[in-house]
Design a protein around this ligand. Structure first.
Ligand code: ADP
Ligand code: MG
Length: 230
């Protein structure tokens, strides 16, 4: 269940904070692939949670004070198993506490194989309402501002047009001998998020960001997910 976020100055209810695993559970319900994972509230629990997962593992901390997790040292990749996950959790916790951040808990999950990283989301335009956003991740988003937009609900043709319009589109089609990514899975994901009866309809007035989605020739998996209530 959602937990309370940081409280405001007045007596109005605190904005809800949704932890990454809660958003991922909703995605899974919607047929969107997310890594297998489990939550824990202590390093020892992280080790126990890691036992059921196939390495390499990823460890993340979550809590209302953790928006950009990497910046705070709250993401560790490439962990070999339960023992390494447990010590990484202890280090992570100490590092966060030293910054004045008390996390609510940890998420330990399987590390998706590398591929092309994308950002997919729903943003709210004050005039037009919900808008589906898709773009290539990393520097393509931040430096190149390489994103495409479409009013919700997006059709299948819209989804294909959005992907084709990206300057980085050649990366999806197999660049420098790399295999092409599974474009059908990517179109399916865009429609699950922003298409007719897509997840956007369930989001009330909120915004939603999957960053990144990792696309490979095998399919697409959302490895980070944020929901910002409206
Ligand atoms: P944040 O965006 O809050 O810093 P992320 O959850 O996006 O944190 O993790 C940072 C980076 O780590 C991602 O951009 C991605 O490259 C990588 N990553 C995170 N989780 C996974 C995972 N399960 N599998 C593979 N890579 C991951
Ligand atoms: Mg992210």
């Amino acid at each position: 269940a959602p937990v309370g976020g940081p409280s405001g100055t007045s007596r109005e209810p605190a904005p809800a904070h949704f932890a990454e695993h809660e958003v991922k559970a909703l995605l899974r319900e919607w047929g969107v692939a997310v890594p297998r994972g489990a939550t824990a509230t202590s390093p020892a629990e992280v080790a126990a949670a890691a036992r059921g997962l196939a390495p390499p593992l990823v460890l993340k901390a979550h809590g209302p004070g953790l928006v950009h997790k990497s910046d705070a040292g709250a993401v560790r990749l490439g962990l070999s198993g339960p023992a390494e996950a447990e010590s990484a959790a202890a280090e992570m916790l100490a590092g966060l506490l030293s910054q004045g951040i008390a996390p609510d808990g940890f998420l330990v999950e399987e590390q998706a194989p590398p591929g092309v990283e994308l950002i997919i989301g729903v943003v709210r335009d004050p005039g037009f309402g919900p808008v589906l956003l898709a773009g290539l991740g990393g520097v393509w988003t931040e430096v190149m501002r390489d994103t495409a937009l479409c009013l919700c609900p997006a059709s299948e043709a819209d989804a294909r047009r959005m992907l084709a319009s990206l300057r980085g589109a050649p990366l999806l089609h197999g660049h420098r001998g790399r295999p092409a990514v599974d474009s059908e899975a990517l179109v399916g994901l865009l429609l699950a998020i922003g298409g007719s009866e897509g997840l956007w309809e369930r989001l009330d007035l909120g915004e939603f960001e999957l960053n990144p989605v990792i696309a490979t020739e095998e399919g697409v998996v959302a490895v980070d997910a944020r929901y910002l209530p409206g």
